[in-house]
Ligand binder design. Structure first.
Ligand code: T6T
Length: 314
């Protein structure tokens, strides 16, 4: 079942017979990438608070898995009279185009939060981290951790077609070229399944004896990579840099399973996403692309950065 929560007051949106939302429509829908996951929960918390402040009603429905078919069902369920705006993290940069376009055709403003479609003509605004920059930051951190030592590095991506993690992997690989002592053995896909990430790490450890580091491009790949290293008794011997700052990743940073985390600011993405949606609905000026801050956190400075840790509930 999909996660369903509602918040905020405001009138339920009225819709004309044409299916085009009218000025009194105060309804917003948020469809994140996946349910019950700290990154999207924190994003939802930011979005809900801002919607309430602006007098809008935000309803969230999230797919059980990070999966385009499951997400399509939720988008289609918005029906012929959609809310005034849809805030969505498309789980596939191409497959989600048609269902989202249909909601737009029915009069809703589209705002991308976190991930985005390849087609930049659909959304009025896209709010995300600068994911290329995040990958670059991870590569610079990896170089620092290696401290001049030579070796190979593995990059774990999630599912092909995920705009965010693809940009992180590319940003990382491009930047790593500036550190000649480190060589990438390539990007491997894990389908966003921790078990697959763990087996990719096990395989890389046996095929690449000089493996010195792993960049895990999101929460699940990081958790799986940490398991893989633990199983092989290689925790700390191979530097693990994760993306995101979920409670379990933060715990892992504290106990030495990760050497660094690149934390996003999901609540800010949710807040700004709602601000852009409301500006579009009310006919005010909208910013096409907005980026939220990123922070590289190590064990040494984790106390000072605790405000960036993700939440399990609002
Ligand atoms: O890293 C985030 C998000 O930015 C990405 O698009 C998908 O994975 C996460 O939700 C973490 O699991």
């Amino acid at each position: 079942a999909a996660l369903l929560t509602a918040c905020g007051s405001g009138t339920v949106g009225q819709t004309g017979s044409s299916g085009q939302p009218q000025p009194g429509n105060k309804k917003l829908a948020l469809i994140p990438g996946v349910q019950a996951e700290p990154f999207y929960i924190s994003l939802q918390c930011g979005a809900e608070a801002e919607a309430k402040k602006l007098g809008y009603e935000l309803t969230t429905q999230a797919p059980q898995k990070f999966d385009a078919a499951m997400q399509t069902q939720l988008v289609n369920a918005l029906g012929a009279n959609p809310p005034a705006a849809l805030l969505i993290a498309p789980t596939d940069d191409t497959a989600m185009l048609a269902p989202i376009q249909q909601v737009k055709n029915r009069g809703a403003k589209i705002v991308e939060v976190d991930t985005s479609l390849k087609d930049t003509g659909v959304a009025v605004s896209s709010v995300s981290s600068d994911n290329t920059e995040g990958g670059k930051l991870a590569a610079q951190t990896m170089a620092k951790l290696a401290g001049g030592k030579s070796g190979s590095v593995l990059v774990l991506d999630t599912i092909a077609g995920t705009s965010t993690t693809a940009a992180r992997a590319k940003g990382f690989e491009d930047e790593l070229k500036n550190t000649p002592n480190l060589k990438s053995i390539g990007v491997q896909f894990t389908q966003n399944e921790p078990d697959q990430a763990a087996s990719k790490v096990t395989a890389a450890l046996s095929s690449t004896p000089d493996l010195i580091g792993i960049f895990a491009t999101n929460l699940n790949t990081g958790e799986g990579a940490a398991t893989g290293l633990r199983n092989a008794g290689k925790v700390g011997a191979v530097n693990l840099i994760g993306f995101d700052a979920s409670p379990s990743e933060v715990e892992g940073l504290k106990n030495g399973q990760y050497q660094a985390l690149i934390a996003q600011d999901p609540a800010a993405i949710g807040t700004q996403g709602v601000q852009q949606a409301v500006a579009a609905i009310e006919g005010r000026q909208v910013t096409r692309n907005l980026t939220a801050q990123l922070h590289s956190i190590t064990k040494a400075d984790m106390e000072a950065n605790s405000q960036y840790f993700y939440k399990q509930s609002c």
